[in-house]
Design a protein around this ligand. Structure first.
Ligand SMILES: [Zn+2]
Length: 242
């Protein structure tokens, strides 16, 4: 199934700067272009991700936040929220779940986009970063059922952050995707957003690999270029109820 729906508000929750751009950047760009209020929540600053012996965590963290802000501007995301958790040591704690519930209640997204908490391996050459699984797990656990349960966090309700249930969760990097977003018009924005992550990409041009991958997914989704997801429906849209 190829997606045509554009949420009014969408929240993308990922572990590191650049994860959202690799996983779902063209979808974010498509939704932003279509009028969606797109918010990125980046759990760590990715500040352990350097092999440069002269680098410090503080400097790298600042660089990576700035790179993610630049990438978000390319895509048209409205806000980047950095939670500053420790890169490489991310855990899906109850405290982090509560922080995400607070953000979900504040921003009230119709769609939440995150990774797959079960993803350990990809092909025969890639072991998934444990932060990616932790981020995906805490995101899914914040979305359901915690975000809608007022009695779970009375202090949040006192602050005016009342329960909210997103309509959909889009799981990227799922091994059995069932939903394809036609990103033919925004694939170049995804590539341009990825190019903002200079500290990670160096001289590597992500264009050819991203075009190949999205073309492959496009064949499956029936369009030129696609990104794919497993889409979970938590609550039908008003229009779907009629
Ligand atoms: Zn990552």
């Amino acid at each position: 199934m190829t997606d045509t729906w554009i949420p009014k508000r969408a929240m993308f929750i990922y572990a590191h700067p650049d994860d959202v751009d690799f996983s779902a950047g063209a979808t974010a760009a498509k939704w932003a272009r279509g009028g969606s209020e797109v918010t990125y929540v980046i759990l760590t600053d990715g500040n352990a991700g350097s092999h440069d012996p002269g680098m410090t965590k503080e400097r790298l963290g600042r660089m990576r936040r700035a790179e993610q802000e630049a990438a978000a501007a390319v895509v048209g995301a409205k806000a980047c929220i950095f939670l500053g958790c420790q890169d490489g040591l991310l855990e899906p704690t109850l405290a982090l779940r509560k922080r995400l519930v607070g953000l979900i209640r504040e921003h009230r997204p119709e769609a939440v986009v995150c990774g797959d908490p079960r993803r350990y391996f990809s092909g025969s050459t890639y072991i998934n970063h444990p932060d990616h699984r932790a981020a995906a797990r805490v995101a899914v656990e914040a979305v359901f059922p915690a975000a809608e349960m007022n009695l779970l966090y009375p202090d949040l309700v006192t602050e005016g952050l009342t329960g909210h249930k997103p309509n959909y969760v889009y799981i990227s990097t799922h091994e059995d995707p069932d939903y394809y977003v036609d990103v033919t018009e925004t694939i170049e924005l995804k590539i341009e957003a990825l190019r903002q992550h200079h500290s990670q990409l160096g001289d590597w041009d992500p264009g050819p690999r991203i075009r190949d991958r999205c073309a492959e997914l496009g064949k499956q989704g029936g369009c030129e270029y696609a990104e794919c997801f497993r889409r979970m429906m938590l609550k039908p849209l008003e229009t779907e109820r009629r």
